[in-house]
Structure formats: C-alpha cells, structure tokens
Design a protein. Structure first.
Length: 282
C-alpha cells in the first residue's frame, strides 16, 4: 500500500513539473508573438498613412452600385486608365448586364465598334482586324507584357479586372492611391527618375505618374469633375468589375436569411406541438 502511495506521489511530482514547463513555454510563446506583432504594427504604422475612408453606395448589407457613377467611372477608365491598364476578364457585353453600368445594348454595340480587334485567321491563313463586338474582351493597350514594360520604364501596369479585390483595403486603398500624390515629398526621401511620391503606397514610391486631376475628364451629365469625384467614380467602376454580381449575391443572402428565420420559427412551433403530447415524468 505504501509503495503505491509513493509511486502516486512521484507521478504527481512529475506531472506538476511537466505542467510548469508547459505553462512557461506557452507564456514565452505568447510574449514572443505579441512582441513581434507590436513591433511589426508600430513600424508599419510609422511608414504607412491610414487609408482615406469613404462612404460607398455599395457598402453594407443592402448596398447598391450608383448607376450614374458606374457610367462615369467607365468613362474615366476609358479616357485615362485604359491607355496603360488592361481589363482582360471583362467583355463589352458585361456593361449592359443587370447590376452593372446599365448601358443599353445599342450603346454597348457602339462602344465595342470603336475598338479594332485582331481576329483570324481568314481563308487565306492571315490575321485581320475588324470592329469590336459586344462579345469581345476589353481591348488591351499592349500586345504582351514585354511591350507593356518597355513603354512604362520597366514597370508592368497591373490588370484592373479584379484589382480592388486583390488589394488589402479594397476600394479605399485604390482611392487613397489616386489621391495620395504630393508635389513635394519629404526631404529625406530621394526619388529616382520616373518615380513619384505617394503617401499611401507601400514604400511611398510609385512608377505611375499622377493619373487624375481636376477637369482631366469632362462629364456630359454636368457632374463636377473634381479630382475627388473622378477618383470615386473610377473606383466604383473598378469595384463593380471586381465583383459584378455583388447586388445579386446580396439579394440571395437577404432571401436566405429570411428563409432561415421563417424555418427556425416553424421548426420551433412543430417541436412545441410534438412535445406537448409527452407528459413529463415527475
């Protein structure tokens, strides 16, 4: 009996020792993680400005795209951004789809016909150019990546099809980049040729020159063409391009929530009715 008690005491000692070691290791790991996290956060906070937060019409559970803003944003993309940036995942016919800019089919045909598309081969085996059709993808400004880099000082302009979804911060990040150019960078920042200062860009250096300025695009609907308005409109359009079914997804989500609520109430009532027949055993 005494032997068993002795063994149990030894086991309890070993267990306590093991628990102390594990507790110390966990505390050390937690302290190390918090230390690294705080250091990285403080360093990034020092270098990176907070993004410009905007009130977007498409935010929230019931948010929708502003149709007029989408059409203006497409105009800004066409007249400014399309000279360098492609949108390879979009077709011209998407511009007339429900939930998008809501151009009419005739307007889409007119938009597409202004673009020359390389097609073929024909019966002679040769490639040829033809006017664009609604089913064609958005025209790319460059034939390939090397041509794009050669025209932009070695920098490759990213495709804008899903740019908003691909960047942390989403629309606020793109808007901040467009609004983040300053003529006079800090004295301690040295800029190479063809590089510009942007306070919201990671590293604060960007090879894209300032794309938008007041009245750089003229709106036919009379909307003031301030730099803020141009930026907001093109970001709205790019957000739709990144998620063209946003409104449909929200509608489905709302209907699903309503359905589940009704189902929950019905299941609860059925459960009450069934268990009403069962007499409790006291």
């Amino acid at each position: 009996m005494s032997m068993r008690i002795g063994k149990n005491k030894e086991k309890s000692k070993h267990l306590k020792f093991f628990k102390k070691i594990m507790s110390s290791l966990l505390k050390f790991s937690l302290f190390f993680f918090l230390l690294i996290f705080n250091v990285s956060n403080s360093s990034s906070a020092e270098k990176q400005e907070k993004l410009l937060k905007q009130s977007w019409s498409f935010d929230g559970f019931f948010g929708k795209f502003d149709r007029a803003s989408l059409q203006r944003g497409y105009q800004v993309y066409t007249e400014v951004c399309a000279s360098c940036h492609s949108m390879n995942l979009l077709s011209y016919r998407n511009l007339s789809e429900v939930g998008g800019p809501s151009f009419s089919e005739e307007e889409v045909k007119a938009i597409a016909s202004k673009v020359e598309v390389l097609d073929g081969p024909n019966d002679s085996g040769e490639m040829f150019k033809r006017p664009g059709k609604p089913s064609d993808k958005f025209a790319s400004p460059f034939a390939n990546e090397k041509a794009a880099r050669a025209a932009n000082g070695g920098a490759y302009p990213p495709d804008m099809s899903v740019l908003v979804k691909a960047r942390a911060g989403g629309p606020d990040y793109i808007y901040s980049i467009l609004m983040g150019y300053t003529d006079k960078p800090p004295k301690d920042v040295k800029l190479e040729d063809g590089v510009y200062y942007n306070k919201y860009m990671p590293g604060n250096k960007i090879k894209m020159s300032k794309p938008l300025s007041q009245d750089s695009v003229k709106y036919s609907d009379g909307t003031p063409t301030t730099e803020e308005q141009l930026s907001k409109d093109v970001v709205t359009f790019l957000t739709w391009a990144s998620e063209p079914h946003l409104e449909a997804r929200k509608r489905i989500g709302f209907k699903t929530v309503v359905y589940l609520l009704i189902l929950t109430v019905l299941v609860y009532l059925v459960k009450k009715k069934i268990w009403l027949r069962v007499e409790p055993k006291v």
